[in-house]
Design a protein around this ligand. Structure first.
Ligand SMILES: [Zn+2]
Ligand SMILES: [Zn+2]
Length: 287
């Protein structure tokens, strides 16, 4: 599958925000937290290590030894909690490059290390590292551009998003197509310049759409979700329009929302931006 010429594929392994949400009410969109796999021919790029990465790891095992670039949007728990269950990290011969924001108050390596400390996890990070994959940490700055892949033909650019603790979004350009991963972003009350630069003209934009308009503004009597760092479907659709993207993918679904609720939110977004889908676990798109 990874040998197809000029393949640029994205697959969703975790689409949920905040916490894993298993159960019969979330079967269609899935309950695992954020993890997205991107393939540019044989190059493996992974966005975030939420619980979805566990299943991705099981698949990647069959291709070992592997080399993969893991870009972390930020280190909130829902974006790192699958890492201790990512089997390729335990296997020698694999090479993992882990990219994290240089200006986080805690560096990526320490955040990953902390969540595997005794007594909260039985294998320490050092034990995993001693016998496992070779891991290289790369500090990235806002707006930094990387050329990756054997022939450096994949361009990845970071951009800062409006979210607590300095979350990054990423833009991947390959073979004339562009994919933007912008989870955990509050594009309200307006869209920030950094976001527009990152997402401009993308073929596919993956965008946070966690709360309904009613939840965001607290119109149901519960506390408003302003400044919590997440968007509504309306905000995602307006951001897609403003950035001039071709397709929008709603992502980072709220854990209290069942499948029917996400269907409704998708409809709301489509009224503003018709070329919208809602990400579900297992969804695969070829650019
Ligand atoms: Zn999140
Ligand atoms: Zn977050």
């Amino acid at each position: 599958m990874n040998e197809a010429a000029d393949q640029f594929m994205v697959k969703f392994w975790g689409t949920r925000g905040s916490m894993p949400t298993p159960g019969h009410e979330t079967l269609r969109y899935g309950g695992n937290t954020s993890c997205v796999e991107v393939r540019c021919n044989s190059e493996i790029i992974i966005f975030d290590a939420g619980t979805g990465i566990a299943k991705l790891g099981q698949k990647l095992q069959k291709e070992e030894p592997i080399q993969a670039s893991l870009f972390f949007s930020h280190v909130h728990w829902d974006h790192i909690q699958g890492m201790p269950f990512f089997l390729p990290a335990y296997h020698p011969g694999n090479k993992l490059k882990l990219y994290g924001n240089k200006n986080w108050s805690t560096k990526l390596e320490y955040a990953l290390r902390w969540q595997m400390q005794s007594p909260t996890f039985p294998v320490t990070f050092d034990e995993m590292n001693k016998t496992g994959a070779k891991m290289e940490y790369i500090d990235i700055q806002r707006g930094e551009v990387f050329r990756i892949g054997a022939d450096k033909s994949i361009i990845v650019r970071s951009g800062e998003l409006n979210h607590p603790d300095k979350a990054f979004g990423f833009r991947v350009e390959y073979n004339g197509k562009t994919l933007v991963y912008a989870t955990d972003v509050e594009n309200l009350p307006h869209v920030k310049k950094d976001f527009l630069e990152l997402a401009a003209g993308a073929d596919f934009l993956i965008h946070d759409a966690q709360y309904t308009h009613i939840e965001y503004f607290g119109l149901n009597g519960s506390s408003p979700r302003r400044n919590w760092g997440h968007s509504t479907p309306e905000a995602a659709a307006e951001a897609a329009k403003l950035a001039g993207v071709k397709n929008l993918i709603l992502f980072h679904h709220e854990p209290t929302h069942n499948d029917d609720k996400i269907d409704e939110m998708l409809k709301t977004a489509m009224e503003i931006f018709p070329d919208t889908v809602a990400a579900y676990e297992g969804m695969e798109i070829n650019l």
